[in-house]
Each structure stands twice: as C-alpha cells, then as structure tokens.
Design a protein around this ligand. Structure first.
Ligand code: SF4
Ligand code: SF4
Length: 343
C-alpha cells in the first residue's frame, strides 16, 4: 500500500472517527504539560510537542493499577475490557520502548495478563521527530528520529499535511478503510525525505557502543560509581520518566473482610526497594542503586534480551534535578575501561 496523507485541518475529524471504534490516546496539553490522555469528545490533541515528560507506557502499564478485588464472596478480576486502544502521535523512541517492555511483559514464561489485555488489538501511530532535542540520543541505540520500530502506522509532519505510512499488516488494513485520506504525491514524499535528512543530520554523531557491555563487566568496583552518585538525590525521577523501566511493587489493602491488590511503579533508586525483612539491605548506598540502574540497562538487559534497555529518549537527561547525564556516564565507562586496557 502507498503512503497516504491527511490535511492538518482534518486531524480532529479523523481522531473523532477513530474514537468511534477505539479508545484513542493522544498528546494533550493540560496545565502547561503535554501528556498522553484518552481523548474526550471535542478535545484537541497537540502534535507539535517535542517530547512528553511522562512516557506513554502507563497506558498499558498504569502507574497504579488494581489487579483484583477480594472479599468473603471470592475474587473479582479487574483486567481491561474496554475498546481496543489507539496510541496516536507516539515518538519513535517510545514506540521502540514497547518492544523492549514486551520482552518482559509478554515473554513466554511470564505473560502479564494486564499488559496483554490492553495491548491486544492496539494500533500505534508513531510520529517522526522533525526537530530532535539536544538531550535526545536515540541514534546511539539503533534508533533515530524517523525510526519505525514498534510502529503500525508512521506519521510525518510535512507542513500542511501529515503523511501516513503503513508499517505493519494491521496498520495497512486499518488505513485501507479510511476514506478521508488521499494518496501522497511524489512532492510530499520528497518533503518527508528532506525532513528525515535534516533531523538525522541535526543529531551528534554517536560513539561506538560495541564495548559498553564488556566494559561494565570489568567496572563493578570502580570509583566511577562514587563520583557519579555523589550528587544523586535518589529522587527516582529518572526511573519514573523512563519508557523502559518497569519495576513494580504489589500491595494488598484490606478492611472489614474485603480489599484490593494493587500494583504500583517502584524504583531501584529508593533504599526500600531492596531492603529485606531482616533489616539487611544489599544495596545500602546510593552508589549501589545507581550502579544497579546503569548495569540493568547496559549490561544485564543485553545479557538477557540481546540489546540495550534504553531507547535514548533523553528524559532522564533533561529531568534529573542535578544534571546526571547518562550519555556522559556511557562515555566515561568506555574511557575508563580503555584507560585500564580492558577493551
Ligand atoms: S533523577 Fe538524577 S538525582 Fe534523581 S535519582 Fe535519578 S540520577 Fe539521582
Ligand atoms: S535511561 Fe534515560 S534516555 Fe534511556 S530510555 Fe530511560 S529515560 Fe530514556
């Protein structure tokens, strides 16, 4: 199927029509911040945003989620039973993050029914980044501002129109039934190609990361962890804003014979995350917790899943209150290992 186009003036109309069949989540401005929210009738989406503060992972994996209700009369499941979901206007790094998260939530041994119930029949419309931010480094990690991994339909903003390129079979099937879209012309495709070249060339050339995992293998006890962690506040902004972090806690809240089991995001940056019932904490210092975060993304995830557990969205870079920049950490790990002759 060829690439199609939608006049920008028809966007709201298009989204309203989508809403008849799907629960549509799109970037919406609320209190001066753009977040992915379910579109209510008449609500406008914002597609000229650089990056949402909060990644859209909470649509499939809410920050707080009731897993089941219980009482004297038994258990009641709370799995999602709503309309199929459309995620509209997701940036390429976030679309790719779903592929990484699914290695955890849909891997054969442990299928997470809550994730699966929402993710089933979902369509992901990702939106190319024409103007990557200075903190973005998706191009270091096999991604890029026009990367299509994880996308069903890929949107490019070309001035007066949006181009819609089908990527998956589901995306193609969906687009073939939408009559509001027109065929893109050669001129439109050329504009998209130019936008891609401009965006890609605006990003810094990435360093080689081939030796990053093996460098980390040798740096468990390095003073590097002391240096980086000295200014870390342990606030966990980096993990809560990360599209690929997935740690959670489960708690029961019950009263007078009935209750709920709740799953909520947790963070390896908190001391309580690993504190045992005996009082012992295997990661007593912030440097141990920071090391865990970096090791998980760039060492353990590679070992288990074959790729880095980071998509280079740059949220942790721009939101860390003390400017701990994961890119500097990556380069100093490689340099430290090279300086010691380990690589
Ligand atoms: S956001 Fe920065 S200060 Fe807060 S826990 Fe993460 S690295 Fe530490
Ligand atoms: S570690 Fe930082 S840059 Fe990488 S995916 Fe998470 S928030 Fe984005």
């Amino acid at each position: 199927m060829d690439t199609l186009k939608l006049q920008k003036g028809n966007l709201e109309n298009f989204l309203q029509k989508l809403g008849e069949e799907f629960a549509v989540f799109a970037p919406v401005m609320s209190d001066g911040i753009v977040s992915f929210l379910e579109l209510r009738p008449g609500q406008k989406s914002v597609l000229d945003f650089p990056r949402t503060h909060k990644p859209p992972k909470d649509i499939f994996y809410p920050q707080t989620e009731v897993m089941l209700r219980y009482g004297r009369d038994g258990l009641q499941s709370t799995e999602y039973k709503g309309k199929p979901i459309v995620l509209f206007g997701v940036r390429p790094c976030d679309a790719k993050s779903f592929i990484l998260l699914e290695r955890v939530f849909i891997e054969p041994k442990y299928k997470d029914p809550y994730w699966v119930a929402r993710r089933n029949k979902t369509l992901i419309f990702s939106l190319a980044c024409n103007d990557p931010l200075p903190s973005c480094f998706c191009n270091w990690l096999d991604g890029g501002p026009f990367n299509k991994t994880g996308s069903d339909i890929f949107i490019t903003d070309i001035d007066d129109d949006y181009l819609f390129e089908p990527i998956s079979e589901d995306g193609e099937r969906f687009l073939s039934g939408v009559d509001i879209l027109k065929e893109a012309t050669e001129k439109d495709i050329k504009k998209a190609k130019n936008a891609k070249e401009r965006a890609e060339s605006s990003m810094e050339k990435p360093p080689k990361l081939d030796s990053l995992k093996s460098s980390l293998d040798t740096l468990w006890d390095e003073t590097l962890w002391d240096e980086i962690s000295l200014r870390c506040l342990g606030c966990a902004v980096c993990t809560y804003s990360c599209p690929t972090c997935y740690c959670f806690d489960i708690q029961d809240e019950s009263r007078r014979g009935k209750g709920v089991r709740i799953r909520l995001w947790d963070s390896c940056m908190f001391p309580l995350f690993t504190k045992e019932g005996s009082g012992h904490n295997p990661r007593p210092l912030q440097k141990h917790r920071l090391r865990q975060r970096f090791m998980h993304k760039f060492n353990y995830f590679v070992e288990k899943q074959g790729e880095f557990g980071c998509v280079g969205c740059g949220r942790c870079v721009s939101l860390c209150p003390v400017n701990i920049d994961i890119r500097s950490f990556i380069t100093s790990v490689i340099q430290t290992a090279q300086g010691r002759g380990d690589t």
